[in-house]
Design a protein around this ligand. Structure first.
Ligand SMILES: *Cc1c(COP(=O)(O)O)cnc(C)c1O
Length: 456
């Protein structure tokens, strides 16, 4: 139970005991009004069957990807690891921010920055490493942008005795040694991507020796590596259905915490890179909206430099740049979209989770986009009031929440606003430095070449 003092309203942070950690993940595929459009084979344009994917992902993860079961039990070993990092995470009322804004709104956030990796990403890294170790995988391979996902997976692999290879986007590898060192401390091998280790990487380096890399290129390299080693499997840190499902541990905890203190939120906000932290946070609440039990508003916040949902097209596209993956129906800017080097590295991906794309396309969820200057301004106010130096990704929903709370001040609405605070920004201080020095550059695309692999 949430403690009695919390119920009296005196508390600012609401903790659950570790006995109350959710024991199942929630799978929204059980409750969508229709099945999601299936992944397609790019050659035949026919739905892909799960079996060939067993060569790429751990079998259990593929089965979860297509499952329509509402709740999937969290294995005991995974629960133990969740408790280690530690879960449940607190739900915190941002009272000092409310006071600074003079808003009648009540603002709460779920705080995922307490994990050793500094973000929500261990919530899926742990089960992904666990299922791989259980089926006898020797090595897992992945890509990472700024290093948040790579470090979460490296830690999870250390827990379960797996080798871990990470292709890290070259620009971040050079500019952000901090997360590379974290990955190496947890025992992973890290290579800058594009690398000399794969055919695809070499083909890019031939044309441009100091290519900065991209997430799409790094995914292609990781997949090529896995396909050349039978004892290896691939892991993805966002976008896919099973990843969002693992992250629902966030929303399920938040639901218990909010119920215990008697709050019924009007607005749920979060940032979207590939859609996993926001999906994991909001899907258990979206379920109530789908069933007509709630009128709450869902607001996904993205970067105006990678406007995949506000300006993307809902169509089939590849998940990677080389075009190895099945085609996924999603809001996308196209696999060749040149993601600009913004400080919110975790938001630099051309596509969006099929589940989030579907919900936005059908109008169950809306999305908004902000520039870097807008988000760092909000992040600095949050740091001064709440103390936390937020990940630049998280600063996107903080921008929205501050604007919404200010609107409430104008209208007098006593809205309850809850957001998922996905991580801390202590390894992203260069972005703060640039903002404080007035050197931050904003960027928005003028022209977007949308993909058209499948006729609409
Ligand atoms: C990776 C990351 C994100 C964005 O990824 P999603 O899959 O959309 O959650 C957001 N915040 C932080 C702190 C991250 O590390």
């Amino acid at each position: 139970m949430v403690s009695q003092t919390a119920l009296k309203g005196g508390n600012i942070a609401y903790f659950l005991s570790q006995d109350e950690i959710p024991t199942s993940w929630y799978n929204i595929q059980a409750d969508l009004p229709e099945p999601l459009p299936p992944p397609l084979d790019p050659k035949t344009l026919k739905p892909v069957s799960p079996e060939p994917l067993f060569r790429i992902f751990a079998k259990e993860l593929v089965l979860q990807e297509v499952s329509r079961e509402r709740f999937i039990k969290i294995p005991d070993e995974v629960l133990e690891a969740y408790k280690t990092i530690p879960r449940p995470t607190p739900l915190i009322r941002a009272k000092r921010l409310e006071e600074a804004l003079g808003t009648p709104a009540r603002i709460y956030f779920k705080w995922e920055g307490v994990s050793p990796a500094g973000s929500h990403k261990p919530n899926t890294a742990i089960p992904q490493a666990y299922y791989n170790a259980k089926q006898g995988t020797k090595r897992v391979v992945t890509e990472t942008g700024a290093g948040q996902w790579g470090s979460a997976l490296a830690m999870a692999c250390a827990f379960f005795g797996l080798k871990c290879t990470v292709y890290m986007v070259a620009a971040s590898y050079r500019q952000k040694p901090g997360r590379r060192i974290m990955m190496e401390t947890w025992g992973a091998q890290v290579f800058p991507s594009p690398s000399e280790r794969t055919r695809f990487g070499r083909s890019i380096l031939e044309k441009e020796a100091d290519h900065p890399g991209s997430l799409g290129i790094a995914i292609s390299e990781a997949l090529e590596d896995v396909l050349s080693d039978e004892s290896a499997r691939y892991c993805l840190g966002s976008v896919l259905n099973h990843v969002l499902m693992h992250q629902t541990v966030i929303g399920l905890e938040a639901k218990k915490q909010l119920e215990a203190i008697g709050e019924e939120p009007d607005v749920f906000a979060g940032n979207i890179g590939g859609g996993s932290n926001y999906g994991g946070f909001c899907l258990p609440f979206v379920a109530d909206k789908l069933k007509g039990k709630s009128e709450a508003e869902f607001v996904a916040c993205e970067s105006a430099a990678i406007p995949h949902t506000t300006r993307g097209k809902y169509t089939y596209d590849f998940g990677d740049t080389a075009g190895i993956t099945p085609l996924l129906k999603m809001l996308t800017l196209g696999k060749d979209y040149k993601t600009p080097p913004i400080h919110a590295g975790g938001l630099r991906y051309h596509g969006m989770a099929p589940i989030i794309s579907y919900l936005i396309n059908k109008g169950y969820m809306k999305s908004v986009a902000y520039t870097q200057t807008q988000v760092f301004e909000a992040a600095v106010l949050f740091a001064k009031t709440q103390g936390i130096i937020s990940a630049p990704e998280s600063a996107h929903e903080i921008r929205f929440v501050i604007d919404e709370a200010r609107r409430c001040k104008q209208t007098g609405e006593k809205k309850v606003i809850v957001f998922n605070h996905s991580g801390h920004g202590l390894l992203d201080l260069a972005g703060y430095e640039a903002y404080l020095a007035g050197r931050l550059e904003d960027w928005t695309p003028t022209e977007i070449n949308y993909p058209s692999y499948v006729p609409d």
